[in-house]
Design a protein around this ligand. Structure first.
Ligand SMILES: *[C@@H]1O[C@H](CO)[C@@H](O)[C@H](O)[C@H]1NC(C)=O
Ligand SMILES: *[C@@H]1O[C@H](CO)[C@@H](O)[C@H](O)[C@H]1NC(C)=O
Ligand SMILES: *[C@@H]1O[C@H](CO)[C@@H](O)[C@H](O)[C@H]1NC(C)=O
Ligand SMILES: *[C@@H]1O[C@H](CO)[C@@H](O)[C@H](O)[C@H]1NC(C)=O
Ligand SMILES: *[C@@H]1O[C@H](CO)[C@@H](O)[C@H](O)[C@H]1NC(C)=O
Ligand SMILES: *[C@@H]1O[C@H](CO)[C@@H](O)[C@H](O)[C@H]1NC(C)=O
Ligand SMILES: *[C@@H]1O[C@H](CO)[C@@H](O)[C@H](O)[C@H]1NC(C)=O
Ligand SMILES: *[C@@H]1O[C@H](CO)[C@@H](O)[C@H](O)[C@H]1NC(C)=O
Ligand SMILES: *[C@@H]1O[C@H](CO)[C@@H](O)[C@H](O)[C@H]1NC(C)=O
Ligand SMILES: *[C@@H]1O[C@H](CO)[C@@H](O)[C@H](O)[C@H]1NC(C)=O
Ligand SMILES: *[C@@H]1O[C@H](CO)[C@@H](O)[C@H](O)[C@H]1NC(C)=O
Length: 456
């Protein structure tokens, strides 16, 4: 049975002294009279397949306490105090519920790095306020690429699911960014130091910037995440990457649908042991390693990545590796870099459907530098080794026709063992050329050309 809203609010933040489900049932029968007010969602059982990650996915123990989050339920008033209170009461073994049919509003930057052994069951709708002045002054700073976030999620054994929606109220940000590129747009899900955790069955909408920034994390699985949020004005929703990983290891991203306007998934500096499988990406910039080598004096590592069975539609790229050259370069006022070092090693892109993609494959060591001569004068010290692209099928757009891809290393000394096999991708007029520079052409199942068509 469903409670009326009033009685639900009166009951909110239920916590039970005895740590057993039987106790909860008994308590509920006593208090509610008829049947148990168990409005918790069953925890989804998540497995990683067809490919298995490097470490087994988390298997959280059962929880023994339930906390319902109160709400003003008016779509305006900040519910942060209620949210923090429920998370604290149910931390260390509880199950926090954002009830179906109730709206929650967040207007305060929340530090949620204290979470331990907790299920967060988001059945309803959570929206961040549109107060861009407040958020720019109070959002969490992540340093890398000026990333900020509405809240900072961290801790151990955190399980978030429930089928609900988290809405970043992005429209005000898309419009503000169009008038000022230095606007600090928060990412929707900002992760810093999250371990042995699962985020699944969530709908994410209208992020001001990236949907997920995953930093300092290990053994985290993302499953069945649905991402979308196009701008309704003339100002495009920019930099809305699906996932960016940073200083993280053993992350799995799978079974998800992404409609966005930048990288579908992007592996930023120090991303290792990543598995990405069964993704459907529409309108993005592809599944990318990088950009890397952006900051002078830093050593970036992206290693042991497997991307399996991604379906790419209306994207600028399918599989992409982007590295800044060894000379200062600028993509735009707020995105510049070059001169960093590091390594990209053991990356496999296996089974990719190419449907109206500009470049099916793009290896680019001149990222942000439109002057190729200048890029080649200052080759990147960042090595690219043991890369496999295999089982690609489909058709590109006519943008770079007759080419379907590019393999451009800034020197042959830094690229080794880049292989492309079983590439059945053609441009609209049937050609399968690819620009090749400083790579072993025999290892590439494309027709190499020296015709420079430029970079995305
Ligand atoms: C911001 O949200 C408030 C409350 O929902 C609304 O009244 C206001 O019109 C919104 N402002 C903008 C610029 O969208
Ligand atoms: C990650 O951890 C490092 C080292 O503890 C810390 O300096 C940094 O602020 C954390 N967050 C990010 C986003 O790098
Ligand atoms: C960060 O922001 C500052 C000023 O707002 C800007 O000068 C700089 O280019 C930005 N850096 C990056 C990496 O976007
Ligand atoms: C990445 O790892 C390398 C090697 O441990 C380290 O030198 C570098 O500072 C790390 N970079 C970041 C951004 O954490
Ligand atoms: C590939 O991913 C799609 C979803 O995009 C899924 O329907 C299909 O079953 C997956 N194939 C394999 C072999 O897992
Ligand atoms: C794919 O993206 C385009 C452009 O953003 C959009 O018009 C289209 O509806 C999307 N396709 C689906 C199936 O969502
Ligand atoms: C390469 O990465 C894969 C995961 O993608 C891993 O299984 C394999 O052990 C790695 N190879 C080496 C030599 O580390
Ligand atoms: C790609 O974009 C075209 C034109 O915008 C649209 O007709 C098509 O449905 C899109 N593809 C997908 C898979 O949504
Ligand atoms: C590109 O760089 C080269 C080498 O530094 C320089 O001579 C040339 O003028 C540059 N071209 C343009 C269009 O800036
Ligand atoms: C394919 O199109 C390109 C330009 O778009 C043209 O240069 C090339 O000759 C065409 N190839 C064929 C086989 O028609
Ligand atoms: C180039 O690739 C071919 C085919 O994979 C391989 O046999 C050959 O050894 C490679 N050459 C070099 C110099 O790595």
């Amino acid at each position: 049975m469903r409670f009326q809203l009033t009685s639900l609010l009166a009951l909110a933040t239920v916590s039970i002294a005895s740590p057993t489900w039987q106790a909860f049932e008994d308590w509920a029968k006593g208090a509610g009279g008829k049947s148990a007010p168990d409005h918790t969602s069953p925890r989804p059982s998540i497995s990683c397949h067809p490919k298995s990650p490097h470490v087994p996915p988390p298997s959280p123990p059962p929880r023994n306490k339930v906390c319902y989050v109160q709400s003003h339920n008016d779509g305006v008033t900040d519910d942060s105090t209620y949210i923090l209170s429920a998370l604290h009461s149910c931390n260390n073994g509880g199950h926090v519920v954002f009830r179906e049919g109730i709206k929650y509003t967040i207007g305060t930057a929340l530090d949620l790095t204290f979470l331990e052994h907790i299920d967060i069951d988001i059945q309803s709708y959570i929206q961040f306020t549109n107060d861009t002045t407040y958020w720019q002054a109070n959002s969490f700073r992540f340093i890398f690429q000026n990333v900020t976030s509405f809240f900072k999620l961290g801790g151990n054994d955190v399980n978030i699911y429930g089928g609900g929606t988290i809405d970043g109220n992005g429209q005000v940000w898309y419009d503000l960014y169009a008038s000022n590129i230095y606007t600090l747009r928060p990412v929707l899900i900002g992760i810093d130091g999250l371990h042995n955790s699962i985020l699944s069955n969530l709908v994410l909408r209208y992020s001001p910037e990236y949907y997920h920034f995953v930093a300092n994390a290990s053994n985290v699985v993302f499953d069945n995440i649905n991402i979308a949020g196009a701008s309704k004005s003339v100002n495009v929703a920019k930099n809305t990457d699906g996932w960016d990983t940073y200083r993280s290891t053993d992350i799995t991203i799978q079974n998800s649908v992404i409609n966005n306007g930048d990288d579908c998934v992007s592996f930023k500096p120090n991303s290792t042991n990543m598995l990405v499988q069964n993704l459907w990406c529409n309108g993005s910039h592809g599944i990318s390693v990088g950009s890397l080598g952006q900051y002078v004096g830093e050593y970036d590592i992206v290693e042991n990545i497997y991307v399996f069975n991604a379906s790419m539609h209306n994207t600028t790229d399918g599989a992409r590796i982007k590295v800044w050259p060894n000379t200062p370069s600028a993509l735009s006022g707020d995105l510049q870099g070059g001169g960093g070092s590091g390594k990209v090693n053991n990356i496999t892109y296996d089974t990719m459907l190419i449907d109206k993609v500009d470049y099916a494959i793009e290896v680019d060591q001149c990222y942000g530098q439109s002057n190729l001569t200048l890029c080649l004068e200052y080759p990147s010290p960042l090595t690219i080794t043991d890369i496999v692209f295999k089982n690609f099928n489909g058709k590109t757009t006519s943008k770079y026709q007759p080419e379907i891809g590019t393999f451009a290393c800034s020197s042959s000394a830094v690229c080794n063992n880049i292989v492309a096999s079983n590439i059945n991708v053609v441009s609209p007029n049937g050609t399968d050329l690819a620009y090749c520079l400083n790579v072993n052409e025999t290892a590439l199942d494309v027709t190499c050309s020296t015709l420079y068509k430029g970079f995305n």
